[in-house]
Design a protein around this ligand. Structure first.
Ligand code: SAH
Length: 226
């Protein structure tokens, strides 16, 4: 018998299939388009070579610059909460490794993504190019202000923890669009999902989560920690 986990080393396709079944479908991710995207994006390409063996594990991993690639399940929860449709234009704040953007790129027409750390933005760009992903548009800067040039968006996902909901992001939602954002004090947050309905927004609270801090004008101040 092969030892448990060996196929993650030798067969990323099998490792992804198992990740989808064991970590995602069995925990309530049921959107088949979302599950297919997770089965096809090569997560191991978004981590350092030394970490490839654990790329499909049920956890976050460091990606350098003190940042992390999120746990597959959390990426899936956020992706499903956006209810992505093929013609959508989605804004992501916090490109990080680029993995979440690559998953979204398989599901929607265009992904706009903003990263504050230039080295991470460059690294993600190289990975997108290497994988032939051509529907992700990137910018380096403070994503707590959104990206007004391309607004409104059909969905906005923030992959860093915010102290409150940035007003700029709320304003950049199209009618019917959703904002998915971890909000909390300190290192722990709760996922919040806002949907714009005309002039109103309706909101629900989702899972507890742990993200690195969102640092910016409408977020945490640099140096204030989380
Ligand atoms: N979505 C990523 C995970 C990102 S970790 C992935 O799939 O790998 C959170 C990222 O948010 C970090 O890279 C951090 O540098 C970035 N970040 C923090 N504050 C930000 C801001 N105001 N604007 C843009 N990016 C920010």
């Amino acid at each position: 018998m092969r030892p448990e986990g060996e196929d993650a080393r030798t067969d990323p396709v099998a490792a992804r299939k198992r990740m989808v079944e064991v970590q995602l479908r069995s925990r309530g991710i049921e959107d088949e388009r979302v599950l297919d995207a997770f089965a096809s994006v090569p997560r191991h390409r978004f981590v350092e070579p030394a970490m490839r063996l654990s790329a499909y594990g049920d956890h976050a991993l460091p990606i350098g610059e003190g940042q992390t690639i999120s746990q597959p399940y959390m990426v899936a929860v956020m992706t499903q909460a956006l209810r992505p449709k093929a013609e959508d234009r989605i804004l992501e704040i916090g490109t990080g490794s680029g993995y979440q953007a690559a998953v979204l790129a398989r599901l929607v027409r265009t992904v706009f993504t903003v990263e504050r750390v230039p080295g991470l933005a460059r690294r993600a760009q190289a990975i997108f190019a290497g994988l032939g992903i051509d529907n992700v548009i990137q910018r380096t800067g403070d994503g707590s202000l959104g990206w007004s040039r391309y607004a409104p968006f059909d969905g906005i996902v923030v992959t860093a923890g915010a102290p409150r909901i940035p007003e700029s992001l709320r304003e950049q939602l199209a009618d019917g669009a959703r904002l998915v954002i971890p909000v909390g004090t300190g290192a722990h947050q709760v996922l919040r999902v806002l949907e714009r309905r005309g002039d109103r927004t309706v909101e629900r609270t989702g899972e507890a989560c742990t993200f690195v801090p969102l640092i910016g004008r409408e977020a945490w101040r640099e140096g204030s920690g989380s």
